[in-house]
Design a protein around this ligand. Sequence first.
Ligand SMILES: Cc1cc2nc3c(=O)[nH]c(=O)nc-3n(C[C@H](O)[C@H](O)[C@H](O)COP(=O)(O)O)c2cc1C
Length: 375
Amino acid sequence: MAIAESADNTSRDTGSLPPEERTLARPFHIGPLLVDPPVLQAPMAGFTNYAYRQIVRDFGGAGLQATEMVHAKGFLWLEKEEDELPDRLWGVKEEARPLAVQIWDNDPATLAEVGAKLAHEFKVSVVDINFGCPVKQVTEKAHSGSYLLRFPDRVGAIVERVAKACAPTPVTAKMRLGCTRQSINAIEVAQVIEQAGAAALTVHGRTAADFFSGSADWDQIAAIKPHLKRIPLIGNGDLTSVAAVVEAFRRYPVDGVMIARAALNRPWLFRQVRAALQGEPVPPDPTLAEERQLLLEHYELVCQRFGPGKGTILMRKYACCYAQGRYGAREFRTQVSRAATPGEFREIVDRYFPRRDGPAMHPSTVVDEACGADC
Ligand SMILES: Cc1cc2nc3c(=O)[nH]c(=O)nc-3n(C[C@H](O)[C@H](O)[C@H](O)COP(=O)(O)O)c2cc1C
């Protein structure tokens, strides 16, 4: 079942959970960490950097936030050869907690070494391992991410070694349902991950071959639940609105949910979801003027870190996300994708950032249209 459809078709109020249903979405533990509310901000390569995470944190409502995925081998190489940290670890040491850092690779020892550094030196709240990325550079070239789903033993060896190296910091895993629709093996892999010592499992209800096509299959996510004895299950895929999240908790036996794309142009979605789950009135969206201001604040943060040149280029895709779905988004996108300096960027935002809401669009198109999905 596709969650967006079931949420859209529900005749119930799409706002807050009534009192008798509030136990459906309870805070849960990842090892010692209480995830409250049970709604997580997903890792997204190229997007969920420090600046984005600050914006989500300022709005509030995400029980756990995650970095972009970090290549473990690349981390060790940079540290040894250049005495530097990957850009993707920007802010991680100082940032407020709780925070999960996601790592990827296929070598248990390398992942364990990096996991241990993150747990003991960076003192992150959670180390998450990626078994879901379907892009060729990660799967075919590096035999990592979703490629590993066809080797459950390897997955187990990785989780076991990383969990031991990071203890007492909890280690979690994020995966897809399998490599293809014909070879879905999520239950088997989930059990291996649990037995190897993971503290939680997130499942995106698509296969690697699906990439982002079709709908996330929440029945397949739900089917995993009875096979897990100890660890929480976090469902992910196509949660595009407050109503969809509420419906996911109503219909499926998940302990938590994770939101990715829909929160790229609506970082306040977590705050709205939290209110709904607590039975409170859902706060309204910011006005477009407030959004424009938010975009400029986001831009300042990125430029402080990367400098005006690289910062401006990096912000083009975020700017597109913010505007997506509004009247004038196309023109804004055309203009902002040419911005090269802070002066140009600010002028384009001032002149072209949409001033009127457009017709509702499926948020899955936000990244696909505006920026191209990385992972
Ligand atoms: C641009 C982009 C980058 C992503 N990067 C990562 C990543 O680094 N690690 C990961 O586990 N998943 C990554 N994902 C997958 C998301 O975390 C999530 O599983 C997927 O988008 C489905 O959730 P959604 O329907 O809420 O977007 C990425 C997705 C997108 C669109």
